[in-house]
Design a protein around this ligand. Structure first.
Ligand code: SF4
Length: 481
Protein backbone atom coordinates (compact mmCIF):
# COMPACT_ATOMS: atom_id res chain seq x y z
CA UNK A 1 0.00 0.00 0.00
CA UNK A 2 1.08 3.54 -0.59
CA UNK A 3 2.74 5.01 2.45
CA UNK A 4 3.70 8.41 3.67
CA UNK A 5 6.88 9.51 1.99
CA UNK A 6 7.54 12.60 4.00
CA UNK A 7 9.98 12.74 6.92
CA UNK A 8 8.24 13.02 10.25
CA UNK A 9 4.86 12.08 8.81
CA UNK A 10 3.36 8.92 10.25
CA UNK A 11 3.12 6.15 7.64
CA UNK A 12 -0.39 5.03 6.76
CA UNK A 13 0.34 1.35 6.93
CA UNK A 14 2.12 -1.17 9.10
CA UNK A 15 5.84 -0.61 8.80
CA UNK A 16 8.43 -3.33 9.23
CA UNK A 17 11.03 -2.54 11.82
CA UNK A 18 14.23 -4.23 10.71
CA UNK A 19 16.17 -6.84 8.76
CA UNK A 20 19.10 -8.92 9.93
CA UNK A 21 21.73 -10.79 7.95
CA UNK A 22 24.86 -12.75 8.86
CA UNK A 23 27.69 -14.61 7.12
CA UNK A 24 30.45 -16.98 8.25
CA UNK A 25 33.09 -17.75 5.62
CA UNK A 26 36.86 -18.09 5.69
CA UNK A 27 37.10 -17.62 1.93
CA UNK A 28 34.62 -14.88 0.99
CA UNK A 29 34.48 -11.14 1.56
CA UNK A 30 31.92 -11.39 4.35
CA UNK A 31 31.25 -7.64 4.59
CA UNK A 32 30.51 -7.43 0.87
CA UNK A 33 28.14 -10.42 1.02
CA UNK A 34 26.40 -8.83 4.00
CA UNK A 35 26.08 -5.56 2.11
CA UNK A 36 24.40 -7.43 -0.76
CA UNK A 37 22.17 -9.29 1.68
CA UNK A 38 21.07 -6.04 3.33
CA UNK A 39 20.29 -4.52 -0.05
CA UNK A 40 17.96 -7.46 -0.75
CA UNK A 41 16.31 -6.80 2.63
CA UNK A 42 16.21 -3.00 2.35
CA UNK A 43 12.39 -3.03 2.13
CA UNK A 44 12.31 -3.95 5.84
CA UNK A 45 14.04 -0.80 7.00
CA UNK A 46 15.48 2.30 5.34
CA UNK A 47 16.56 4.59 8.16
CA UNK A 48 19.93 3.16 9.09
CA UNK A 49 22.29 0.39 8.06
CA UNK A 50 25.20 -1.29 9.79
CA UNK A 51 27.69 -4.13 9.42
CA UNK A 52 29.93 -5.66 12.10
CA UNK A 53 32.85 -7.93 11.18
CA UNK A 54 34.81 -10.30 13.40
CA UNK A 55 38.42 -10.90 12.34
CA UNK A 56 39.58 -13.44 14.91
CA UNK A 57 40.76 -10.82 17.40
CA UNK A 58 37.99 -8.27 17.67
CA UNK A 59 34.80 -6.97 16.09
CA UNK A 60 34.63 -3.76 14.05
CA UNK A 61 31.34 -1.99 13.41
CA UNK A 62 30.40 0.55 10.74
CA UNK A 63 26.89 2.00 10.87
CA UNK A 64 25.11 5.19 9.96
CA UNK A 65 21.78 6.71 9.07
CA UNK A 66 20.63 6.13 5.49
CA UNK A 67 20.17 3.37 2.96
CA UNK A 68 22.67 0.53 2.69
CA UNK A 69 24.16 2.06 -0.46
CA UNK A 70 24.51 5.44 1.25
CA UNK A 71 26.30 4.00 4.28
CA UNK A 72 28.62 1.54 2.49
CA UNK A 73 30.98 2.38 -0.34
CA UNK A 74 34.07 0.49 -1.49
CA UNK A 75 36.36 2.01 1.10
CA UNK A 76 33.93 1.33 3.96
CA UNK A 77 33.69 -2.31 2.90
CA UNK A 78 37.45 -2.62 2.40
CA UNK A 79 37.95 -1.63 6.05
CA UNK A 80 35.78 -4.54 7.20
CA UNK A 81 37.87 -7.69 6.80
CA UNK A 82 37.27 -10.96 8.64
CA UNK A 83 35.44 -14.26 8.70
CA UNK A 84 32.24 -13.30 10.53
CA UNK A 85 29.78 -10.55 9.65
CA UNK A 86 26.38 -9.46 10.85
CA UNK A 87 24.31 -6.69 9.30
CA UNK A 88 21.19 -4.74 10.01
CA UNK A 89 18.89 -2.24 8.42
CA UNK A 90 16.44 -0.40 10.59
CA UNK A 91 13.05 1.16 10.51
CA UNK A 92 12.76 2.77 13.93
CA UNK A 93 9.55 2.69 15.91
CA UNK A 94 10.95 3.32 19.35
CA UNK A 95 14.18 4.26 20.98
CA UNK A 96 15.11 7.17 18.77
CA UNK A 97 14.14 7.79 15.16
CA UNK A 98 16.95 9.17 13.03
CA UNK A 99 19.37 8.66 15.88
CA UNK A 100 22.87 7.27 15.20
CA UNK A 101 23.19 5.61 18.60
CA UNK A 102 20.01 3.64 17.90
CA UNK A 103 21.43 2.28 14.64
CA UNK A 104 22.51 -1.35 14.80
CA UNK A 105 24.51 -3.56 15.29
CA UNK A 106 24.86 -2.75 19.01
CA UNK A 107 28.08 -3.63 20.78
CA UNK A 108 29.03 -4.96 24.19
CA UNK A 109 32.53 -5.53 25.58
CA UNK A 110 33.47 -8.85 27.11
CA UNK A 111 36.82 -8.24 28.78
CA UNK A 112 38.89 -6.84 25.90
CA UNK A 113 36.68 -8.31 23.19
CA UNK A 114 33.59 -6.88 21.50
CA UNK A 115 30.44 -8.63 20.40
CA UNK A 116 27.91 -7.08 18.02
CA UNK A 117 24.18 -7.82 17.92
CA UNK A 118 21.52 -7.14 15.27
CA UNK A 119 17.84 -7.57 16.14
CA UNK A 120 14.55 -7.69 14.24
CA UNK A 121 11.51 -7.50 16.49
CA UNK A 122 10.53 -5.78 19.71
CA UNK A 123 11.12 -6.87 23.29
CA UNK A 124 8.32 -6.13 25.73
CA UNK A 125 10.00 -6.40 29.14
CA UNK A 126 13.27 -4.49 28.89
CA UNK A 127 12.53 -1.59 31.28
CA UNK A 128 13.12 -3.66 34.38
CA UNK A 129 16.09 -5.52 32.87
CA UNK A 130 17.69 -2.25 31.79
CA UNK A 131 17.26 -0.72 35.27
CA UNK A 132 18.77 -3.82 36.83
CA UNK A 133 21.80 -3.71 34.51
CA UNK A 134 22.32 0.01 35.16
CA UNK A 135 22.30 -0.72 38.90
CA UNK A 136 25.07 -3.26 38.20
CA UNK A 137 27.18 -0.64 36.43
CA UNK A 138 26.35 -1.41 32.78
CA UNK A 139 26.39 1.69 30.57
CA UNK A 140 23.97 2.23 27.68
CA UNK A 141 24.46 4.34 24.57
CA UNK A 142 20.83 4.26 23.40
CA UNK A 143 17.38 3.65 24.86
CA UNK A 144 16.52 0.77 22.53
CA UNK A 145 15.29 -2.66 23.56
CA UNK A 146 17.87 -4.17 21.20
CA UNK A 147 20.77 -2.66 23.13
CA UNK A 148 19.30 -4.08 26.34
CA UNK A 149 19.44 -7.55 24.76
CA UNK A 150 23.04 -6.95 23.69
CA UNK A 151 24.09 -5.75 27.14
CA UNK A 152 22.31 -8.66 28.88
CA UNK A 153 24.25 -11.08 26.68
CA UNK A 154 27.49 -9.21 27.42
CA UNK A 155 26.84 -9.12 31.16
CA UNK A 156 26.03 -12.82 31.51
CA UNK A 157 28.86 -13.82 29.20
CA UNK A 158 31.26 -11.94 31.47
CA UNK A 159 29.70 -13.80 34.45
CA UNK A 160 29.80 -17.29 32.89
CA UNK A 161 32.84 -16.84 30.56
CA UNK A 162 30.78 -18.57 27.88
CA UNK A 163 29.04 -16.71 25.06
CA UNK A 164 26.43 -19.38 24.34
CA UNK A 165 25.51 -19.37 28.05
CA UNK A 166 25.24 -15.58 27.94
CA UNK A 167 22.85 -15.79 24.98
CA UNK A 168 20.84 -18.58 26.61
CA UNK A 169 20.47 -16.58 29.84
CA UNK A 170 19.36 -13.55 27.85
CA UNK A 171 16.76 -15.65 26.01
CA UNK A 172 15.43 -16.86 29.36
CA UNK A 173 15.08 -13.25 30.53
CA UNK A 174 13.73 -11.34 27.54
CA UNK A 175 10.15 -11.56 26.26
CA UNK A 176 8.76 -10.48 22.93
CA UNK A 177 9.63 -10.96 19.30
CA UNK A 178 13.22 -11.41 18.27
CA UNK A 179 15.21 -12.76 15.37
CA UNK A 180 18.83 -11.97 16.22
CA UNK A 181 22.28 -12.44 14.73
CA UNK A 182 25.45 -11.89 16.75
CA UNK A 183 29.10 -11.66 15.74
CA UNK A 184 31.96 -12.50 18.08
CA UNK A 185 35.55 -12.26 16.77
CA UNK A 186 35.40 -15.94 15.77
CA UNK A 187 31.78 -17.05 15.48
CA UNK A 188 28.37 -16.21 14.08
CA UNK A 189 25.29 -16.84 16.23
CA UNK A 190 21.62 -16.80 15.20
CA UNK A 191 18.67 -17.20 17.56
CA UNK A 192 14.94 -16.66 17.63
CA UNK A 193 12.18 -16.16 20.19
CA UNK A 194 10.26 -19.26 21.37
CA UNK A 195 7.18 -18.44 19.26
CA UNK A 196 9.22 -17.66 16.12
CA UNK A 197 7.28 -14.43 15.58
CA UNK A 198 9.77 -12.79 13.24
CA UNK A 199 11.34 -14.85 10.42
CA UNK A 200 14.97 -16.03 10.28
CA UNK A 201 16.42 -18.64 7.95
CA UNK A 202 19.69 -20.48 7.45
CA UNK A 203 21.45 -20.98 4.13
CA UNK A 204 24.67 -22.47 2.83
CA UNK A 205 27.13 -20.98 0.36
CA UNK A 206 28.14 -23.24 -2.56
CA UNK A 207 31.28 -25.42 -2.41
CA UNK A 208 31.23 -25.42 1.41
CA UNK A 209 32.38 -21.79 1.42
CA UNK A 210 30.33 -20.95 4.47
CA UNK A 211 26.95 -20.18 6.01
CA UNK A 212 24.42 -17.38 5.82
CA UNK A 213 21.48 -16.34 8.02
CA UNK A 214 18.86 -13.92 6.78
CA UNK A 215 15.50 -12.44 7.74
CA UNK A 216 14.14 -13.67 4.42
CA UNK A 217 15.13 -16.19 1.77
CA UNK A 218 15.54 -13.39 -0.80
CA UNK A 219 18.68 -12.44 1.18
CA UNK A 220 20.07 -15.94 0.62
CA UNK A 221 19.29 -15.81 -3.09
CA UNK A 222 21.24 -12.63 -3.72
CA UNK A 223 24.50 -14.13 -2.38
CA UNK A 224 23.96 -17.51 -4.08
CA UNK A 225 23.26 -19.36 -0.83
CA UNK A 226 21.01 -22.40 -0.78
CA UNK A 227 18.14 -22.42 1.72
CA UNK A 228 18.76 -25.04 4.43
CA UNK A 229 15.98 -24.42 6.96
CA UNK A 230 14.37 -21.85 9.21
CA UNK A 231 16.07 -21.13 12.53
CA UNK A 232 13.85 -22.95 15.03
CA UNK A 233 11.96 -21.03 17.71
CA UNK A 234 14.03 -20.97 20.90
CA UNK A 235 17.14 -22.32 19.12
CA UNK A 236 20.70 -20.94 19.13
CA UNK A 237 22.80 -21.74 16.05
CA UNK A 238 26.56 -21.19 16.31
CA UNK A 239 28.87 -21.27 13.29
CA UNK A 240 32.68 -21.14 13.60
CA UNK A 241 35.76 -22.87 12.21
CA UNK A 242 34.59 -26.20 13.59
CA UNK A 243 31.33 -25.99 11.65
CA UNK A 244 27.74 -25.51 12.70
CA UNK A 245 26.29 -26.46 16.09
CA UNK A 246 22.84 -25.97 17.51
CA UNK A 247 21.29 -25.78 20.96
CA UNK A 248 17.58 -25.74 21.84
CA UNK A 249 18.18 -23.04 24.42
CA UNK A 250 14.61 -22.54 25.55
CA UNK A 251 11.47 -24.61 25.15
CA UNK A 252 9.71 -23.73 21.89
CA UNK A 253 6.14 -22.46 22.34
CA UNK A 254 3.20 -22.74 19.99
CA UNK A 255 4.40 -21.33 16.62
CA UNK A 256 3.20 -17.78 16.10
CA UNK A 257 4.94 -16.52 13.00
CA UNK A 258 3.64 -13.10 11.96
CA UNK A 259 0.90 -13.67 9.38
CA UNK A 260 1.37 -10.11 8.11
CA UNK A 261 4.75 -11.11 6.63
CA UNK A 262 2.74 -12.84 3.89
CA UNK A 263 0.36 -9.91 3.43
CA UNK A 264 2.85 -7.11 3.14
CA UNK A 265 6.23 -7.14 4.91
CA UNK A 266 8.15 -9.87 3.13
CA UNK A 267 9.33 -9.66 -0.45
CA UNK A 268 7.16 -11.67 -2.85
CA UNK A 269 10.17 -13.75 -3.93
CA UNK A 270 10.75 -14.96 -0.36
CA UNK A 271 9.56 -18.27 1.08
CA UNK A 272 8.52 -18.38 4.74
CA UNK A 273 7.87 -21.64 6.53
CA UNK A 274 7.70 -23.43 3.19
CA UNK A 275 5.11 -21.05 1.70
CA UNK A 276 5.93 -18.75 -1.20
CA UNK A 277 4.93 -15.20 -0.29
CA UNK A 278 3.97 -14.47 -3.90
CA UNK A 279 1.70 -17.51 -4.10
CA UNK A 280 0.14 -16.66 -0.75
CA UNK A 281 -0.69 -13.15 -2.02
CA UNK A 282 -2.15 -14.56 -5.20
CA UNK A 283 -4.22 -17.00 -3.14
CA UNK A 284 -5.50 -14.06 -1.05
CA UNK A 285 -6.83 -12.43 -4.21
CA UNK A 286 -8.52 -15.65 -5.36
CA UNK A 287 -10.16 -16.13 -1.97
CA UNK A 288 -11.24 -12.50 -1.82
CA UNK A 289 -12.93 -12.91 -5.23
CA UNK A 290 -14.85 -15.83 -3.75
CA UNK A 291 -15.73 -14.02 -0.50
CA UNK A 292 -16.43 -10.54 -1.91
CA UNK A 293 -17.47 -10.72 -5.58
CA UNK A 294 -18.54 -7.60 -7.45
CA UNK A 295 -19.49 -6.68 -11.01
CA UNK A 296 -16.70 -4.64 -12.55
CA UNK A 297 -14.70 -4.07 -15.75
CA UNK A 298 -11.11 -4.13 -14.49
CA UNK A 299 -9.05 -5.35 -11.52
CA UNK A 300 -5.94 -3.47 -10.52
CA UNK A 301 -3.51 -3.76 -7.63
CA UNK A 302 -1.97 -0.94 -5.61
CA UNK A 303 1.77 -1.33 -6.31
CA UNK A 304 3.64 -3.31 -5.28
CA UNK A 305 2.10 -5.59 -2.70
CA UNK A 306 -1.47 -5.38 -4.05
CA UNK A 307 -0.52 -6.65 -7.52
CA UNK A 308 -0.31 -10.44 -6.88
CA UNK A 309 -3.65 -10.24 -5.07
CA UNK A 310 -5.14 -8.40 -8.05
CA UNK A 311 -3.89 -11.14 -10.38
CA UNK A 312 -5.50 -13.76 -8.12
CA UNK A 313 -8.76 -11.81 -7.97
CA UNK A 314 -8.79 -11.49 -11.74
CA UNK A 315 -8.07 -15.19 -12.20
CA UNK A 316 -10.91 -16.27 -9.90
CA UNK A 317 -13.47 -13.68 -11.03
CA UNK A 318 -12.75 -13.59 -14.75
CA UNK A 319 -12.51 -9.78 -14.58
CA UNK A 320 -9.63 -8.45 -16.68
CA UNK A 321 -6.44 -7.45 -14.80
CA UNK A 322 -4.79 -4.18 -15.75
CA UNK A 323 -1.90 -1.96 -14.76
CA UNK A 324 -3.88 1.13 -13.85
CA UNK A 325 -1.49 2.69 -11.37
CA UNK A 326 2.18 3.44 -12.05
CA UNK A 327 4.63 3.61 -9.16
CA UNK A 328 7.69 5.80 -9.02
CA UNK A 329 10.22 3.26 -7.74
CA UNK A 330 12.78 5.84 -6.75
CA UNK A 331 10.77 7.68 -4.16
CA UNK A 332 11.29 6.14 -0.78
CA UNK A 333 11.95 7.35 2.68
CA UNK A 334 14.17 10.31 2.19
CA UNK A 335 16.02 12.79 4.31
CA UNK A 336 15.27 15.56 1.81
CA UNK A 337 12.53 17.76 3.19
CA UNK A 338 9.65 18.12 0.71
CA UNK A 339 8.24 21.51 -0.18
CA UNK A 340 4.72 22.43 0.89
CA UNK A 341 3.66 22.12 -2.74
CA UNK A 342 4.95 18.55 -2.81
CA UNK A 343 3.06 17.74 0.37
CA UNK A 344 -0.12 18.91 -1.29
CA UNK A 345 0.56 16.60 -4.21
CA UNK A 346 0.45 13.86 -1.61
CA UNK A 347 0.20 10.36 -2.96
CA UNK A 348 0.83 11.51 -6.55
CA UNK A 349 4.51 11.79 -5.93
CA UNK A 350 4.65 8.03 -5.53
CA UNK A 351 1.65 6.68 -7.45
CA UNK A 352 0.11 7.96 -10.66
CA UNK A 353 -2.99 6.55 -12.41
CA UNK A 354 -3.31 5.78 -16.12
CA UNK A 355 -6.46 7.69 -17.18
CA UNK A 356 -6.39 6.11 -20.64
CA UNK A 357 -6.88 2.70 -19.00
CA UNK A 358 -9.31 3.45 -16.19
CA UNK A 359 -11.53 6.33 -17.41
CA UNK A 360 -15.18 5.29 -17.48
CA UNK A 361 -14.42 1.86 -16.02
CA UNK A 362 -15.77 0.10 -12.94
CA UNK A 363 -12.66 -0.81 -10.97
CA UNK A 364 -11.86 -3.45 -8.36
CA UNK A 365 -8.84 -2.07 -6.50
CA UNK A 366 -6.81 -4.56 -4.45
CA UNK A 367 -4.68 -3.32 -1.58
CA UNK A 368 -2.85 -5.08 1.24
CA UNK A 369 -4.30 -3.31 4.27
CA UNK A 370 -5.97 -0.21 5.63
CA UNK A 371 -4.47 1.33 8.76
CA UNK A 372 -5.57 4.93 9.25
CA UNK A 373 -7.43 5.21 5.94
CA UNK A 374 -5.98 8.55 4.83
CA UNK A 375 -3.88 7.09 2.02
CA UNK A 376 -6.79 4.98 0.77
CA UNK A 377 -8.92 8.12 0.66
CA UNK A 378 -6.26 9.94 -1.40
CA UNK A 379 -5.96 6.96 -3.70
CA UNK A 380 -9.71 6.89 -4.33
CA UNK A 381 -9.69 10.66 -4.99
CA UNK A 382 -6.86 10.18 -7.47
CA UNK A 383 -8.65 7.36 -9.32
CA UNK A 384 -11.90 9.35 -9.45
CA UNK A 385 -10.11 12.34 -10.93
CA UNK A 386 -8.62 9.99 -13.52
CA UNK A 387 -12.16 9.15 -14.55
CA UNK A 388 -12.98 5.87 -12.78
CA UNK A 389 -16.75 5.22 -12.91
CA UNK A 390 -16.87 3.01 -9.79
CA UNK A 391 -14.25 2.02 -7.24
CA UNK A 392 -14.67 -1.21 -5.27
CA UNK A 393 -11.92 -1.54 -2.69
CA UNK A 394 -10.93 -5.10 -1.77
CA UNK A 395 -8.36 -5.66 0.98
CA UNK A 396 -6.30 -8.86 1.29
CA UNK A 397 -6.00 -8.61 5.07
CA UNK A 398 -8.79 -8.50 7.64
CA UNK A 399 -9.53 -5.23 9.44
CA UNK A 400 -6.48 -4.02 11.45
CA UNK A 401 -8.11 -3.41 14.83
CA UNK A 402 -5.24 -3.72 17.31
CA UNK A 403 -1.72 -2.29 17.56
CA UNK A 404 1.33 -4.51 17.04
CA UNK A 405 3.94 -4.68 19.79
CA UNK A 406 6.25 -7.19 18.13
CA UNK A 407 8.42 -5.15 15.83
CA UNK A 408 5.91 -3.39 13.61
CA UNK A 409 5.02 0.26 13.66
CA UNK A 410 1.25 0.60 13.93
CA UNK A 411 -0.83 3.45 15.23
CA UNK A 412 -2.48 3.41 18.63
CA UNK A 413 -5.92 1.87 18.53
CA UNK A 414 -7.68 5.22 18.44
CA UNK A 415 -5.97 5.92 15.09
CA UNK A 416 -6.85 2.59 13.46
CA UNK A 417 -9.81 3.31 11.22
CA UNK A 418 -11.30 -0.20 11.48
CA UNK A 419 -11.30 -0.01 15.28
CA UNK A 420 -13.37 3.14 15.21
CA UNK A 421 -15.75 2.90 12.25
CA UNK A 422 -18.20 0.43 10.79
CA UNK A 423 -17.62 -0.86 7.28
CA UNK A 424 -20.19 1.62 5.93
CA UNK A 425 -18.51 4.52 7.74
CA UNK A 426 -15.09 3.51 6.42
CA UNK A 427 -16.49 3.22 2.91
CA UNK A 428 -17.95 6.69 3.16
CA UNK A 429 -14.75 8.16 4.65
CA UNK A 430 -12.58 6.65 1.93
CA UNK A 431 -15.10 7.58 -0.76
CA UNK A 432 -15.29 4.21 -2.52
CA UNK A 433 -18.42 2.47 -3.83
CA UNK A 434 -17.84 -0.67 -1.78
CA UNK A 435 -15.23 -1.93 0.66
CA UNK A 436 -14.60 -5.53 1.70
CA UNK A 437 -11.83 -7.28 3.63
CA UNK A 438 -10.74 -10.92 3.39
CA UNK A 439 -11.90 -13.00 6.36
CA UNK A 440 -9.33 -14.29 8.85
CA UNK A 441 -10.15 -17.86 7.82
CA UNK A 442 -9.65 -16.80 4.20
CA UNK A 443 -6.24 -15.33 5.01
CA UNK A 444 -5.22 -18.49 6.88
CA UNK A 445 -6.31 -20.58 3.91
CA UNK A 446 -4.24 -18.37 1.60
CA UNK A 447 -1.00 -18.78 3.58
CA UNK A 448 -1.19 -22.53 4.09
CA UNK A 449 -2.97 -25.27 5.91
CA UNK A 450 -5.19 -23.53 8.44
CA UNK A 451 -5.49 -26.70 10.49
CA UNK A 452 -1.81 -27.39 11.06
CA UNK A 453 -0.28 -23.92 11.39
CA UNK A 454 -0.80 -21.22 13.94
CA UNK A 455 0.20 -17.60 13.48
CA UNK A 456 0.37 -14.34 15.32
CA UNK A 457 -2.82 -12.59 14.20
CA UNK A 458 -3.00 -10.13 17.08
CA UNK A 459 -3.48 -7.01 14.96
CA UNK A 460 -6.73 -8.56 13.73
CA UNK A 461 -7.89 -10.33 16.89
CA UNK A 462 -6.28 -8.63 19.91
CA UNK A 463 -5.03 -12.05 21.06
CA UNK A 464 -1.37 -11.36 21.79
CA UNK A 465 0.84 -14.47 21.97
CA UNK A 466 3.34 -12.83 24.36
CA UNK A 467 1.81 -11.13 27.40
CA UNK A 468 2.17 -7.35 27.36
CA UNK A 469 2.99 -5.34 30.47
CA UNK A 470 0.92 -2.23 31.24
CA UNK A 471 3.95 -0.04 30.59
CA UNK A 472 3.71 -1.08 26.92
CA UNK A 473 -0.04 -0.91 26.46
CA UNK A 474 -1.08 1.97 28.68
CA UNK A 475 -1.59 4.52 25.90
CA UNK A 476 -2.15 2.17 23.00
CA UNK A 477 -5.69 0.85 23.52
CA UNK A 478 -9.16 2.27 23.33
CA UNK A 479 -10.48 -0.82 24.97
CA UNK A 480 -8.88 -3.77 26.71
CA UNK A 481 -9.10 -7.17 25.06
S1 SF4 B 1 0.41 -8.18 15.71
FE1 SF4 B 1 0.11 -8.35 13.46
S2 SF4 B 1 1.91 -7.34 12.54
FE2 SF4 B 1 2.38 -7.72 14.71
S3 SF4 B 1 3.48 -9.69 14.74
FE3 SF4 B 1 1.30 -10.14 15.08
S4 SF4 B 1 0.44 -10.51 13.04
FE4 SF4 B 1 2.42 -9.51 12.77
Amino acid sequence: MATSIFPGEKPDRLEEECAVFGVYSTTDDVARLTCFGLQALQHRGQESAGIAVGDGDTVTVTKDLGLVTQVFNESALAALRGEVAVGHCRYSTSGGMGNWTSAQPHMSAIDEVLIALAHNGTLVNTNRIRADLISKGVEFRSNTDSEVACQVIGYYTRETHHLTEGIKTAMEMIDGAYAMVLASPTALYAFRDPHGIRPLCLGKLPDDRGWVVSSETCGLDIVGAEFVRDVRPGEIIRINDTGISTLQAIEPQEPRGCIFEYVYFARPDSVIDGQSVYQARRNMGRILAREAPVEADLVLGVPDSGVPGALGYSEASGIEFTDGIVKNRYVGRTFIQPTQEMRQMGIRIKLNPLPSVIAGKRLVVIDDSIVRGNTSKKLVDMLRSAGAAEIHFRIVSPEVMWPCFYGIDTANQDQLIAANMTNEEMCEFIGCDSLEFISLDGLREAVGDAHSKTFCEACFTGEYPVALPDSITKNAFLKKS
